[in-house]
Write a new protein. Structure first.
Length: 122
């Protein structure tokens, strides 16, 4: 399978006006690309079954805050999408399922950091 390189911001998104959100984003600068790669690769492996945020958290041993941030980044980059499907979480509540979006050629995207800043969540 060939790879497609997708540009990505080096700064994870954060809530504007929130010092703690910005500090959390800054603490993820080094780790976010690796976590995004792991999450995307795992979602690609799952195919059309996809995964909920809860399933990603449990399968990859991540905290929900980390999963939420990386989901937002992957969605913004067009690498994953929220499907119409929902599944119960470990707490029994229904949650949306996310699915990896592959190019028409079936290539697997590879993320990399760029100098361009990402949009911050309002």
């Amino acid at each position: 399978m060939s790879e497609t390189r997708v540009p990505y911001s080096a700064m994870p998104p954060f809530q504007q006006g929130s010092d703690t959100s910005k500090e959390a984003a800054l603490s993820m600068v080094e780790h976010a690309p690796t976590v995004r790669e792991r999450m995307l690769a795992w979602l690609i492996e799952r195919g059309t079954r996809g995964a909920t945020r809860d399933e990603i958290e449990a399968a990859l041993g991540l905290r929900m805050q980390t999963v939420n941030g990386r989901i937002a980044e992957l969605k913004a980059a067009g690498l994953i999408r929220e499907s119409d499907a929902k599944r119960p979480t470990r707490s029994g509540r229904l949650a949306h399922v996310f699915i990896a979006v592959l190019s028409a050629k079936g290539t697997q995207p590879q993320l990399f950091a760029t100098a361009a800043p990402m949009r911050h969540h309002p």
